[in-house]
Design a protein around this ligand. Structure first.
Ligand code: DX5
Ligand code: ZN
Length: 214
C-alpha cells in the first residue's frame, strides 16, 4: 500500500519544509491537487509551484488535475518533473488521446471519477490506463467526510480491471482517507491512499503515515 500525502492540507507558507517532512516520514508519493476554479469551486497551485518544489524532494509527483481542458497543463507539468498525471473523466472528451499524450511523455496516466460518476465512464480505457483515481469525496476541498459507498466501487473496479486484462491497474483513492477507513480500503483493492488532513493535520507525520499503512 502506497501513501500519497496531499499537499493541499500543508502549510502553504512553508511548502518545501512540509514536503521534506513527509518524505522523511516515509511517504511514497506526493499528491498535488491542481484546481482551476471552474471544474471545482476552488483554486490551488499550478505547474510553477510544482516546479519550484522539484529540487527539494526525490518523491514521485502525482498531479491530480481538477480542471477543464486538462491537456493544456501537460507541457508545463512535464517540464515541472511530475511522474503521474490524472484528469477527471467528467472534464474531458478525448480520453484515449489524452492518455496517450501523457504516456508518450514517459508519465503514468490516470483517469479520475467523482463519487457520483459510474465506472462505465472509464471501462473502455482500463486496458491502457496506468491507474484510476476514485474520489471518495466531492473534489475541491480537503478535510471532508469519506463517502462510504465508494468502497463498493473500488471492489467492482478491481474485478473489472482484471476482466479487461489489466490486473496491474493501480487503484488510488482520494478524500477523507484516515487510519479508521484505511483497512477497509485496502481490503476493497486500493493500492494508493491519498491523505491530506490525516497526514498534514497531525504534528507527527511519520506516525500519521505509519497509521495509514495497514
Ligand atoms: C480534494 C483533493 C484531495 C484532498 C484530500 O478535492 O483531491 O486530494 O487534498 O484531502 P483529505 O485527505 O483531507 O480529504
Ligand atoms: Zn486529489
Amino acid at each position: 500500500m502506497k501513501i500519497a500525502p496531499s499537499l493541499l492540507s500543508a502549510d502553504f507558507a512553508h511548502l518545501a519544509d512540509e514536503v521534506k517532512n513527509v518524505e522523511q516520514g516515509g511517504a511514497d508519493l506526493l499528491h498535488l491537487d491542481v484546481m482551476d476554479g471552474h471544474f471545482v469551486p476552488n483554486l490551488t497551485f499550478g505547474a510553477p509551484v510544482i516546479k519550484a518544489l522539484r529540487p527539494y524532494t526525490r518523491l514521485p509527483f502525482d498531479a491530480h488535475l481538477m480542471t477543464y481542458h486538462p491537456e493544456s497543463y501537460f507541457d508545463a507539468l512535464e517540464e515541472a518533473g511530475v511522474q503521474m498525471i490524472s484528469f477527471h473523466a467528467e472534464a474531458a472528451v478525448h480520453h484515449d488521446r489524452l492518455i496517450h499524450d501523457i504516456q508518450e511523455r514517459g508519465i503514468q496516466a490516470g483517469l479520475v471519477l467523482n463519487p457520483g460518476s459510474p465506472l462505465s465512464l472509464v471501462e473502455e480505457m482500463l486496458p491502457i490506463l496506468d491507474f484510476v483515481l476514485i474520489m471518495s469525496v466531492n473534489p475541491g476541498f480537503g478535510g471532508q467526510k469519506f463517502i462510504s459507498y465508494t468502497l463498493d466501487k473500488i471492489c467492482r473496479l478491481r474485478r473489472l480491471a482484471e476482466q479487461k486484462g489489466n490486473a496491474d491497474l493501480q487503484i488510488e483513492v482520494d478524500g477523507g482517507v484516515n487510519a479508521e477507513n484505511a483497512p477497509a480500503l485496502k481490503k476493497a483493492g486500493a493500492d494508493i491512499l491519498v491523505a491530506g488532513s490525516s497526514v498534514f493535520g497531525k504534528k507527527d507525520r511519520k506516525a500519521a503515515i505509519d497509521a495509514l499503512r495497514c
